[in-house]
Write a protein that binds this ligand. Structure first.
Ligand code: PAF
Length: 283
């Protein structure tokens, strides 16, 4: 497994592969890998001849009061996991290498970046779309795999690629869960034992909502059910519950008559967890 810490090394590696006419799949991550990330890597292996994983905790997508400093990191463990998965190259540049002298050019998807999580975390999605564009420009993959868990991120990246004619395919991978249903996340390790026990309420709320959705309920009833279920966990501080059109993330009203995505953001202590589920009426 080749480890590239500079853009030049990464580009040279890709250049040598291109001579063999192979396809390249990229899995962008911020490290501290878990089964969820490894699922993305396995899907990339199915779709491409060479797999590159990037590990970069991107400072520009963290707000001033967010957890950049405490974001968990474990480089040796990450490299061992990726080697075991047969990843061909890892791109892990230091911040100075990635951003250099630090100009102010950026990429933004204005509509999608200002709503939902974007309204709660100003600047977050601009940081994501900019760093993802940089990764695409450096690695030049034929495809990139992202988790559906970050549904708004995936929707926004798909739109960015479409709008800007970026020459690659974006593939979503279903959320990978712990045995008790908690969506895997690097942040889960920061939950206290009590908060960890309470956090399974997210998946429970989504299960109940999916059942109700099958009956074609009023959107307001679906939302009320999710709130009532989340309220049964003592430490859950609900930041947002949103039910949106699954394809465009536009607002829905009245009765559920098409696939919708339920997006949850809930704090447990100082850890913000997100989860999502696409639901649809039975017919
Ligand atoms: O989903 C993530 O881990 C990050 O937002 C990403 C896509 C690697 C960009 O920094």
């Amino acid at each position: 497994m080749i480890v590239c810490r500079t853009k030049a090394d990464m580009r040279e590696t890709v250049r040598s592969w291109r001579r063999e006419d192979v396809s390249i799949g990229l899995v962008p991550t911020m490290g501290y890998l878990h089964e969820g990330h490894l699922g993305l890597v396995r899907l990339a292996h199915e779709k491409a001849d060479r797999v590159v994983t990037s590990i970069f905790v991107n400072p520009t997508q963290f707000g001033p009061n967010e957890d950049l400093e405490t974001y968990p990191r474990d480089e040796d463990r990450d490299l061992a996991l990726l080697k075991a998965e047969g990843v061909h190259a890892v791109f892990m540049p230091p911040v100075e290498e990635m951003y250099g002298a630090g100009g102010d050019a950026h990429v933004e998807v204005p509509g999608l970046s200002g709503i939902l999580q974007g309204a709660l975390r100003p600047g977050h999605f601009r940081g994501v779309s900019t760093v993802v564009t940089k990764l695409f420009n450096i690695v030049t993959p034929d495809l990139a795999v992202f988790g559906e868990k970050d549904y708004q991120q995936l929707t926004l990246i798909k739109q960015m690629v479409r709008d800007l004619d970026m020459p690659l395919e974006i593939i979503g991978h279903p959320t990978v869960r712990e045995a008790d249903g908690l969506a895997m996340s690097s942040r889960n390790v920061r939950l206290s034992a009590d908060h960890r026990a309470d956090a399974i309420i997210l998946n429970r709320a989504l299960d109940l909502a999916a059942e109700l959705a099958g009956t074609g309920p009023a959107i307001a009833d679906l939302e009320a059910l999710v709130h009532a279920t989340l309220a049964t966990a003592a430490s859950a501080e609900v930041r947002s519950v949103d039910i949106r059109d699954a394809a465009t993330l536009s607002e829905l009203s009245g009765t559920l008559d098409r696939p919708a995505v339920i997006l949850l953001a809930v704090r447990f202590g100082d850890v913000l967890l997100i989860d999502q589920r696409v639901v649809a009426p039975a017919s």
